[in-house]
Design a binder for this molecule. Structure first.
Ligand code: 5AD
Ligand code: SF4
Length: 360
């Protein structure tokens, strides 16, 4: 069998190579993480960009089988922030020199929602000017809505494909016209056409998911030539249909190890994109995000959602940092990444190099 070192020497990693690395013994993966660290240092550097995360609302019109805020979960207490509250949080991010924010919410496409987001974006631009770049993570919308929000000041958009394999996607979503793999793909195309830096991603360790699926996810990211990636371990939520499959899952620690391996492989494959160290990693290991930074990630999203709402934005169990103040979390994170040469890039937008290169 080919060694991991030999595989990493190749100019282009193929499906079989990726499967081999994903299935390798943990003890054999040292060369992967070393290689990812080298590529990261050479292509994007060791600075970590901050995105202040604002969980704007947990109202959602969709019913994904894995998600705690799915519309079918009557146990979830629903909230929606106001544009004014959201702009106030953006002010905090600006004052703390975060450089950018992410506005995330459950998916809705009603006219009131669309116009409130537009108003929020205009308010943030009036407040911050060039001081903040704004990422949206608000699901599938019409090309017209994507254009409106872009014109109102959004720069980037995250829309995870969740699973690039359409058969796996179908097992994770209700079989109806609102939950279609093809629609999600079309939305990613519309985002690029509207001018956004486009991010996508998947969950790792899902029921039914194989190493070949994960290898195909990585190839999907490369083929789509994405600018940013956010992926995290799947974490079961008891009030969801997929919870029935919980016993068949990998143990959480192994889901995290697999996620770190995906991050490292992606950094080797796509040296100049932005890769997020996601909150779900930290739900498994208090130092999960720091480990992701070491594995090749270069973006972190401290949660700035007001505490009174944060407890209700529960996509999965054991969400971390429900009560800590974001400043303390960032300080601790900063101290930990310093130990291995990382620093935080305060006051910078941290746009995707891949995007800047493609559009220059
Ligand atoms: N475990 C992990 N991630 C989840 N997401 C939703 N539900 C879960 C879960 N149970 C992720 C999805 C979505 C993002 C906002 O959160 O990938 O795109
Ligand atoms: Fe809604 Fe997103 Fe959860 Fe699906 S994953 S139910 S679209 S919030």
């Amino acid at each position: 069998m080919e060694s991991i070192e030999a595989i990493l020497e190749k100019d282009v990693l193929e499906r079989e190579d990726l499967i081999r690395v994903l299935e390798a013994d943990g003890a054999d993966c040292g060369p992967l993480f070393r290689r990812a660290a080298e590529v990261k240092a050479a292509r994007v550097g060791n600075r970590v960009y901050l995105r202040g995360l604002i969980e704007y609302s947990n109202l959602c019109s969709k019913n994904c089988l894995y998600c705690g805020i799915r519309s079918g979960n009557a146990a979830a207490a629903r909230y929606e922030m106001t544009p004014e509250e959201t702009i106030e949080v953006a002010r905090h991010a600006l004052e703390r020199r975060y450089g950018s924010i992410v506005i995330q919410a459950g998916e809705r496409d009603d006219a009131l929602f669309v116009s409130k987001i537009e108003r929020t974006l205009r308010g943030i631009r009036a407040l911050a000017g060039d001081g903040l770049h704004v990422t949206l993570s608000l699901g599938e919308q019409t090309p017209d809505t994507y254009r409106r929000w872009f014109e109102a000041g959004a720069h980037r958009y995250l829309l995870r494909i969740e699973a690039s394999n359409p058969d796996l996607f179908r097992k994770l979503h209700p079989d109806d016209a609102r939950h279609r793999h093809a629609l999600r793909l079309a939305a990613l195309g519309a985002l690029r056409a509207a001018g956004y830096q486009v991010g996508t991603g998947v969950m790792i360790g899902l029921p039914f998911q194989t190493a070949a699926d994960l290898a195909d996810d990585l190839l999907f990211f490369r083929d789509l030539d994405v600018d940013m990636i956010g992926m995290g371990p799947y974490l079961e939520h008891p009030d969801t249909p997929l919870y029935a499959r919980a016993r068949a899952l990998l143990p959480p620690r192994e889901r995290l190890e697999l996620t770190l391996r995906m991050v490292a492989l992606l950094r080797v494959m796509m040296g100049d994109i932005n890769i997020a160290a996601t909150t779900a990693m930290q739900a498994i290991d208090p130092e999960g995000r720091e480990r992701a930074i070491r594995a090749g990630a270069n973006v972190v999203m401290p949660n700035l959602t007001p505490a009174r709402y944060r407890h209700d934005y529960l996509l999965y169990e054991n969400k971390p940092c429900l009560d800590e103040a974001p400043e303390e979390i960032v300080e601790l994170f900063e101290a930990r990444i310093r130990e291995f040469g990382g620093t935080i890039a305060y006051g910078e937008w941290g746009d995707s190099r891949r995007f800047l290169e493609r559009t220059s």
